[in-house]
Design a binder for this molecule. Sequence first.
Ligand code: HEM
Length: 155
Amino acid sequence: MLYAFLKTLHLIGVVMLVGNAVVTLIWKLAADRTRHSSLIAFAQRLVILTDWWFTVGGVILLMLGGYGAAAVAHLDLVRIAWLLWGQVLLVVSGALWAGVLVPAQIQQVRQARAFAEGRPIPEGYWQAGRRWTIWGILATALLVVAIALMVFKPL
Ligand code: HEM
């Protein structure tokens, strides 16, 4: 019962984290394509807001549920390959998020604040956007691999 509860918590966290990553990418790129300054600025503010609630919130639930379930079932976090690699993929994806995506988002939201008041959109905004898109797809793909690992449990 406790195991099932913790696993449910874990899966809600996974859905929040991966769902938000995929959907944010789509609506943020759609907003950029409009080239409409105030709309882009609004979308950029929402990227930060939803990142905070769903990425951070999702990771907290994922970890609480995942480590909780592993403890309840006495699963070895290092010797069981799918558990070890699930953790590694989460750490690498988190490092990309903290090291590349968050700085790009902060740069973009600062620029958006300026161009929402009527100034032209600077080239740096688009460069940061391309960086955010490429590394964001990679960070999300790592999480999708983690989902497959957790489900297939190879080795
Ligand atoms: C902190 C690292 C992680 C730990 C300690 C952990 C732990 C666990 C545990 C104990 C289970 C239950 C396995 C079972 O009952 O068969 C599980 C299932 C699952 N985990 Fe993780 N996990 C981690 C990271 C992840 C990540 C990063 C993802 C994907 C983004 C993920 C996705 C899943 C999925 C989809 C399941 C359901 C698998 C199934 O029931 O077949 N986990 N995880």
